[in-house]
Design a protein around this ligand. Structure first.
Ligand SMILES: CC(C)(COP(=O)(O)OP(=O)(O)OC[C@H]1O[C@@H](n2cnc3c(N)ncnc32)[C@H](O)[C@@H]1OP(=O)(O)O)[C@@H](O)C(=O)NCCC(=O)NCCS
Length: 169
Protein backbone atom coordinates (compact mmCIF):
# COMPACT_ATOMS: atom_id res chain seq x y z
CA UNK A 1 0.00 0.00 0.00
CA UNK A 2 1.24 3.49 -0.85
CA UNK A 3 2.41 5.76 1.95
CA UNK A 4 2.56 9.54 2.33
CA UNK A 5 5.70 11.62 2.95
CA UNK A 6 4.50 12.69 6.39
CA UNK A 7 4.57 9.07 7.55
CA UNK A 8 8.36 9.10 7.16
CA UNK A 9 8.93 12.61 8.56
CA UNK A 10 11.94 12.59 10.88
CA UNK A 11 12.97 15.61 12.92
CA UNK A 12 16.28 15.73 14.78
CA UNK A 13 17.08 18.74 16.97
CA UNK A 14 20.52 19.11 18.52
CA UNK A 15 23.06 21.76 19.53
CA UNK A 16 26.50 22.44 17.99
CA UNK A 17 29.34 21.88 20.49
CA UNK A 18 32.87 23.38 20.20
CA UNK A 19 34.40 19.93 19.46
CA UNK A 20 32.26 19.72 16.32
CA UNK A 21 33.48 23.00 14.84
CA UNK A 22 36.15 24.18 12.41
CA UNK A 23 38.75 26.93 13.12
CA UNK A 24 36.16 29.58 12.19
CA UNK A 25 33.88 28.35 14.94
CA UNK A 26 31.32 26.84 12.60
CA UNK A 27 29.97 23.28 12.38
CA UNK A 28 32.21 20.88 10.37
CA UNK A 29 30.65 19.91 7.04
CA UNK A 30 31.30 16.23 7.77
CA UNK A 31 29.49 16.42 11.09
CA UNK A 32 26.47 17.97 9.39
CA UNK A 33 26.56 15.27 6.69
CA UNK A 34 26.54 12.57 9.37
CA UNK A 35 23.56 14.15 11.12
CA UNK A 36 21.70 14.46 7.80
CA UNK A 37 22.51 10.85 6.92
CA UNK A 38 21.17 9.68 10.29
CA UNK A 39 17.88 11.57 9.83
CA UNK A 40 17.50 10.25 6.27
CA UNK A 41 18.14 6.68 7.36
CA UNK A 42 15.39 6.90 9.99
CA UNK A 43 12.98 8.38 7.40
CA UNK A 44 13.84 5.58 4.93
CA UNK A 45 13.35 2.97 7.65
CA UNK A 46 9.98 4.47 8.61
CA UNK A 47 8.86 4.31 4.99
CA UNK A 48 10.12 0.81 4.19
CA UNK A 49 9.99 -0.93 7.59
CA UNK A 50 13.25 -2.61 6.66
CA UNK A 51 17.02 -2.37 6.88
CA UNK A 52 18.24 0.55 4.77
CA UNK A 53 21.66 1.59 3.49
CA UNK A 54 22.92 4.86 2.01
CA UNK A 55 23.38 4.34 -1.73
CA UNK A 56 24.25 7.90 -2.67
CA UNK A 57 24.49 11.47 -1.44
CA UNK A 58 23.03 13.13 -4.51
CA UNK A 59 23.30 16.74 -3.52
CA UNK A 60 24.26 18.88 -0.54
CA UNK A 61 24.30 22.66 -0.52
CA UNK A 62 26.23 24.25 2.33
CA UNK A 63 24.54 27.57 1.82
CA UNK A 64 25.21 29.04 5.25
CA UNK A 65 27.66 28.39 8.07
CA UNK A 66 26.25 27.11 11.36
CA UNK A 67 27.97 28.75 14.37
CA UNK A 68 28.90 26.87 17.56
CA UNK A 69 26.02 26.99 20.02
CA UNK A 70 23.35 26.93 17.30
CA UNK A 71 20.27 24.81 17.79
CA UNK A 72 20.04 22.82 14.56
CA UNK A 73 16.89 21.09 13.36
CA UNK A 74 17.13 18.55 10.58
CA UNK A 75 13.95 17.43 8.84
CA UNK A 76 13.99 14.44 6.50
CA UNK A 77 11.13 13.02 4.42
CA UNK A 78 10.86 10.56 1.56
CA UNK A 79 10.33 12.47 -1.69
CA UNK A 80 9.90 9.43 -3.96
CA UNK A 81 10.08 5.67 -3.78
CA UNK A 82 11.19 3.61 -6.77
CA UNK A 83 11.59 -0.20 -6.67
CA UNK A 84 14.05 -0.71 -3.84
CA UNK A 85 15.45 2.82 -3.63
CA UNK A 86 14.05 5.92 -1.95
CA UNK A 87 14.98 9.55 -2.47
CA UNK A 88 15.03 11.54 0.76
CA UNK A 89 15.01 15.31 1.01
CA UNK A 90 16.61 16.80 4.09
CA UNK A 91 16.21 20.42 5.16
CA UNK A 92 18.39 22.03 7.82
CA UNK A 93 17.22 24.93 9.99
CA UNK A 94 18.73 26.99 12.79
CA UNK A 95 16.76 29.09 15.24
CA UNK A 96 17.54 32.53 16.62
CA UNK A 97 18.18 32.35 20.37
CA UNK A 98 16.03 35.35 21.29
CA UNK A 99 13.24 35.44 18.72
CA UNK A 100 13.29 31.66 18.09
CA UNK A 101 12.57 32.46 14.45
CA UNK A 102 13.85 29.62 12.25
CA UNK A 103 15.88 30.10 9.10
CA UNK A 104 16.78 27.44 6.55
CA UNK A 105 20.54 27.12 6.17
CA UNK A 106 21.23 23.96 4.19
CA UNK A 107 19.58 21.11 2.32
CA UNK A 108 20.50 17.76 0.89
CA UNK A 109 19.17 14.88 -1.18
CA UNK A 110 20.09 11.31 -0.31
CA UNK A 111 19.28 7.93 -1.85
CA UNK A 112 18.71 4.95 0.43
CA UNK A 113 18.05 1.35 -0.60
CA UNK A 114 15.98 -1.14 1.40
CA UNK A 115 17.74 -4.48 1.78
CA UNK A 116 17.12 -7.87 3.36
CA UNK A 117 19.37 -9.39 6.01
CA UNK A 118 21.85 -10.49 3.36
CA UNK A 119 22.07 -6.98 1.91
CA UNK A 120 19.98 -7.75 -1.20
CA UNK A 121 17.67 -4.94 -2.40
CA UNK A 122 13.96 -5.47 -1.68
CA UNK A 123 10.79 -3.72 -2.88
CA UNK A 124 9.49 -0.70 -0.94
CA UNK A 125 5.98 0.83 -0.76
CA UNK A 126 5.21 3.54 -3.31
CA UNK A 127 4.81 7.18 -2.24
CA UNK A 128 1.78 9.45 -2.70
CA UNK A 129 2.86 13.10 -2.33
CA UNK A 130 0.23 15.44 -0.83
CA UNK A 131 1.46 19.05 -0.69
CA UNK A 132 2.66 21.16 -3.64
CA UNK A 133 6.27 20.98 -2.44
CA UNK A 134 6.04 17.19 -2.04
CA UNK A 135 4.58 16.92 -5.56
CA UNK A 136 7.35 19.11 -7.03
CA UNK A 137 10.05 17.06 -5.34
CA UNK A 138 8.39 13.81 -6.45
CA UNK A 139 8.22 15.09 -10.03
CA UNK A 140 11.96 15.80 -10.28
CA UNK A 141 13.14 12.65 -8.49
CA UNK A 142 13.47 10.39 -11.55
CA UNK A 143 15.71 12.97 -13.26
CA UNK A 144 17.91 13.15 -10.16
CA UNK A 145 18.05 9.34 -9.94
CA UNK A 146 19.17 9.13 -13.55
CA UNK A 147 21.81 11.82 -13.00
CA UNK A 148 23.13 10.04 -9.91
CA UNK A 149 23.29 6.72 -11.77
CA UNK A 150 25.16 8.34 -14.68
CA UNK A 151 27.66 10.02 -12.32
CA UNK A 152 28.31 6.73 -10.53
CA UNK A 153 28.87 4.95 -13.85
CA UNK A 154 25.76 2.76 -13.43
CA UNK A 155 23.74 4.20 -16.31
CA UNK A 156 24.50 5.02 -19.91
CA UNK A 157 23.56 8.70 -20.52
CA UNK A 158 21.85 7.60 -23.74
CA UNK A 159 19.29 5.70 -21.65
CA UNK A 160 18.41 8.66 -19.41
CA UNK A 161 15.18 9.66 -21.20
CA UNK A 162 13.70 11.67 -18.35
CA UNK A 163 16.90 13.67 -17.85
CA UNK A 164 17.41 14.29 -21.57
CA UNK A 165 13.88 15.65 -21.89
CA UNK A 166 15.01 18.63 -19.77
CA UNK A 167 17.42 19.73 -22.50
CA UNK A 168 15.65 18.65 -25.69
CA UNK A 169 12.45 20.38 -26.68
C1 LIG B 1 23.23 0.31 -2.44
C2 LIG B 1 23.34 -1.16 -2.83
C3 LIG B 1 22.43 -1.99 -1.94
C4 LIG B 1 22.89 -1.27 -4.30
O1 LIG B 1 23.09 -2.61 -4.65
P1 LIG B 1 23.17 -3.07 -6.19
O2 LIG B 1 23.64 -4.45 -6.21
O3 LIG B 1 23.86 -2.01 -6.98
O4 LIG B 1 21.65 -3.16 -6.54
P2 LIG B 1 20.87 -2.52 -7.75
O5 LIG B 1 21.72 -2.21 -8.93
O6 LIG B 1 19.65 -3.37 -7.94
O7 LIG B 1 20.40 -1.13 -7.14
C5 LIG B 1 19.40 -1.08 -6.15
C6 LIG B 1 18.69 0.25 -6.28
O8 LIG B 1 19.59 1.28 -5.90
C7 LIG B 1 19.64 2.26 -6.93
N1 LIG B 1 20.97 2.83 -6.93
C8 LIG B 1 22.14 2.17 -6.87
N2 LIG B 1 23.16 3.06 -6.89
C9 LIG B 1 22.60 4.29 -6.96
C10 LIG B 1 23.14 5.61 -7.05
N3 LIG B 1 24.45 5.84 -7.04
N4 LIG B 1 22.26 6.63 -7.13
C11 LIG B 1 20.93 6.43 -7.13
N5 LIG B 1 20.37 5.19 -7.06
C12 LIG B 1 21.21 4.15 -6.98
C13 LIG B 1 19.33 1.48 -8.21
O9 LIG B 1 18.90 2.34 -9.25
C14 LIG B 1 18.24 0.57 -7.70
O10 LIG B 1 17.04 1.34 -7.59
P3 LIG B 1 15.56 0.71 -7.80
O11 LIG B 1 15.58 -0.71 -7.27
O12 LIG B 1 14.67 1.58 -6.99
O13 LIG B 1 15.27 0.80 -9.26
C15 LIG B 1 24.83 -1.67 -2.73
O14 LIG B 1 25.63 -0.98 -3.65
C16 LIG B 1 25.40 -1.50 -1.34
O15 LIG B 1 25.12 -2.28 -0.44
N6 LIG B 1 26.24 -0.46 -1.16
C17 LIG B 1 26.84 -0.18 0.15
C18 LIG B 1 25.85 0.59 1.02
C19 LIG B 1 26.51 1.09 2.28
O16 LIG B 1 27.19 0.34 2.96
N7 LIG B 1 26.29 2.38 2.59
C20 LIG B 1 26.97 2.99 3.69
C21 LIG B 1 28.26 3.52 3.19
S1 LIG B 1 29.42 3.64 4.49
Amino acid sequence: MAKTPKESLTILTDIVLPGESNPLGNLFGGELLARMDRACSIAARRHSHSIVVTASVNHVAFNNAIPVGSVVTIEAKISRAFKSSMEIYVDVWIEDRESQVRSKVNEGIYTFVAVDKSGKPITVPQLEPETKLEKDRYEGALRRKQLSLILSGKMNPADADELRALFVG
